[in-house]
Design a protein. Structure first.
Length: 489
């Protein structure tokens, strides 16, 4: 793309710059490792590096144009803007030809349930013959091709590039998780969402947002930025969980039309008469004064809420409700979300991603609904993250299980033992087990379990690593369970 055309939308600060009419840009990036001849390099001030200090390196690798917000010395033209993060989003959207405008883009935000809801939606759309894409915690997927991801929601360049690749692959619907960090940091600026979904809000990420009010405001941005136009060809919808007071408060924060869902209070899509077994959950869906029986293979009240979110979103997308329900009943679940580890043991082992107090409470609630024996809970807390939730997590595990083992879960640069000490500070010594080594903790629970017991291993879910220090070491809870069962047998 011609450089003059690319930078045309930017509000340029300072004196005018001279850029050749013939200068073409082959790539845009904020990472010097990705710079090649003909690149536009954007100086982003990050947590570890300030891109303004890397201009010389970028030019040496072939950067032909620099976008900066502070004075830099460069042998190539420099475009000065007030905010390079916003400029990056504008440039990414323009460089990749507004890819989100050619897709149905569904953004899902909330503390818990984002991954489950996006995957439920993805499977519903795929069951209806669509080519789909997913962006989230587990991976980026374009059609059937998987790509690793560093963040739940990628930076604006990676995001727009991914959406562009979805355009080329014939994707019609993209379901993506939208994290609170990404909303505050502007990673989704330029993305034209058609539907925004709110799942719930409970304590998490306070090391970043500091207060629950700031956290709620961060999530709110997805809805307030949803758009103000009412084009018939491009309607916008907000799907809100009204069981959550924060979800109710978002009603006045968006210009979009709203579908509400809930279990406890009146809603457009409401679940009644919930019944849970170890085979799944059934409920009555009340919509527009009509009852629809629903049976799903997923277990628990929290998954009913996730299912309602997906049903309401698919309906807002134009699908027939009966067809949505039929599709929902075929879905088995999502990896690492209440995943039952199959084997010939006479006890049940469940792996789940629950890593917040509310998430753990929800999962243990579902476990207790189906238990016939005793409940074991293996759980830890991540290092370099919200420390205030640690004793709360421990209290939830202790209160809602018969046996609890506290262990390591991505300690990062913190001392694993100190994390555990902070978790159990309010618990009576001797009322729990503390096994720092996660592998030994899993083996211990497997060895102690007897017929009809349920072991819940919480916190990591789909993750196949432990972060110790700054190093990722392979560790998969499901693999460890399978090994432990074989050893016991």
């Amino acid at each position: 793309m011609k450089a003059i055309e690319l930078i045309a939308p930017l509000v340029i600060k300072g004196t005018s710059i001279k850029i050749s009419q013939e200068l073409s840009i082959s790539k845009i990036t904020q990472d010097t490792r990705e710079v090649e001849k003909g690149s536009l390099f954007i100086c982003i001030v990050g947590a570890l590096q300030d891109g303004h200090n890397l201009v010389e390196e970028a030019v040496g690798k072939g950067a032909a144009l620099i976008v900066a917000s502070e004075k830099v010395n460069a042998a190539v033209p420099v475009v000065y803007v007030g905010d390079t993060t916003k400029a990056m989003a504008i440039l990414a959207d323009r460089f990749y030809h507004q890819p989100s405008q050619k897709l149905r883009v569904i953004g899902v935000t909330g503390t818990n349930g984002k991954t489950t809801v996006t995957h439920l939606l993805d499977q519903i759309f795929r069951n209806h013959g669509e080519t789909t894409g997913v962006i989230g915690t587990m991976y980026r997927r374009i059609g059937d091709d998987l790509f690793t991801t560093k963040n739940t929601t990628p930076d604006s360049i990676t995001l727009q590039k991914t959406l562009s690749e979805m355009n080329h692959a014939g994707v019609t619907t993209c379901s993506m998780e939208v994290s609170s960090h990404s909303l505050v940091q502007g990673r989704v600026w330029g993305t034209d969402f058609d539907i925004a979904v709110f799942t719930n809000l409970s304590q998490d990420h306070l090391e970043y947002h500091h207060t629950m009010e700031e956290y709620a405001h961060a999530k709110e941005l997805l809805f307030s930025q949803l758009g103000n136009s009412y084009k018939n060809s491009h309607p916008k919808y907000a799907i809100l969980n009204v069981d959550d007071s924060v979800g109710r408060s978002y009603k006045n924060k968006t210009a979009a039309q709203i579908y509400s869902y809930g279990i406890e209070v009146e809603a457009d899509f409401r679940a009644l008469n919930l019944k849970t077994t170890n085979k799944g959950t059934s409920f009555t869906l009340l919509f527009q004064e009509k009852d629809y029986p629903v049976h799903m293979q997923m277990i628990g009240k929290f998954n009913v809420s996730n299912a309602l979110a997906a049903i309401a979103t698919a309906y807002a997308s134009g699908m027939e409700l009966s067809s949505i329900i039929d599709s929902m009943e075929k879905i088995k679940g999502v990896r690492g979300r209440f995943e039952v580890v199959q084997g010939d043991q006479d006890y049940t082992v469940i792996v789940d991603y629950a890593h917040t107090p509310d998430g753990l409470l929800n999962v243990l609630g579902a476990v207790n609904e189906i238990k016939k024996g005793e409940v074991y809970c293996i759980v830890g807390c991540g290092g370099d993250r919200d420390r205030t939730k640690r004793p709360i997590m421990a209290e939830v595990a202790y209160t809602h299980s018969d046996h609890v083992i506290f262990t390591s879960d991505n300690p990062r640069t913190e001392d694993p033992q100190e994390i555990l000490n902070e978790m159990v500070v309010n618990l009576e010594v001797g009322s729990y087990q503390m096994i720092k080594d996660r592998r030994k903790a899993i083996q211990t629970a497997i060895n102690q379990a007897t017929t009809n017991d349920i072991i819940l291993i919480a916190g990591k879910g789909h993750e196949d690593y432990q972060i110790i220090g700054t190093e990722k070491i392979h560790f998969d809870d499901v693999e460890e369970v399978e090994k432990a069962i074989k050893l016991k047998n």
